[in-house]
Design a protein around this ligand. Structure first.
Ligand code: FPP
Length: 136
């Protein structure tokens, strides 16, 4: 199905980010390339959901088990997460999106935690759409 029925949209959507590694492997590329592509897709999804009037979007982006992945992969994912929080900041604020992190956030590296806290605080009162990042 290629069309979206605008009169019958779900108000709440939750997405488990999955398949980035396989996407990259199929193309003979390192896993981090798949994660980067996944993080671009997520940006498009956030924009589309906001435009369509979705009230709550939850992204399961990094599970507790994911801490067990090789150090360079975890570091790469944390870098992508930080980039997302810094680069999307203005657009999130402009579009009145409320961003929040859920999960064991104390485990996140300080720069990621800080970027998340800053954006959560700055967007706390927004009513446009709630974007929850489920992390750790
Ligand atoms: C699943 O793919 C994806 C993840 C474990 C991490 C996704 C997180 C990011 C890309 C970081 C940026 C986050 C945001 C919200 C911008 P997988 O590696 O489990 O794929 P596989 O099942 O093919 O191995």
């Amino acid at each position: 199905m290629n069309t979206i029925e605008l009169t019958n949209l779900p108000l709440r959507i939750a997405i488990t980010m999955d398949g980035n590694g396989r996407w990259a492997e199929l193309r003979g590329k390192p896993r981090i390339v798949g994660h980067r592509a996944g993080s671009h897709t997520v940006r498009r999804i956030v924009r589309a959901c906001r435009r369509l009037g979705v009230q709550e979007l939850t992204l399961y982006a990094f599970s507790e088990q994911n801490w067990g992945r090789p150090t360079n992969e975890v570091e790469g994912l944390m870098t992508l997460l930080e980039e997302f929080l810094l680069q999307e900041r203005d657009e999130i604020l402009l579009n009145r999106i409320r961003l929040r992190g859920i999960g064991n956030l104390d485990r996140l590296p300080p720069p990621v935690r800080e970027a998340l806290e800053l954006l959560s605080d700055a967007s706390r009162e927004h009513k446009g759409m709630t974007l929850s990042l489920a992390l750790s």
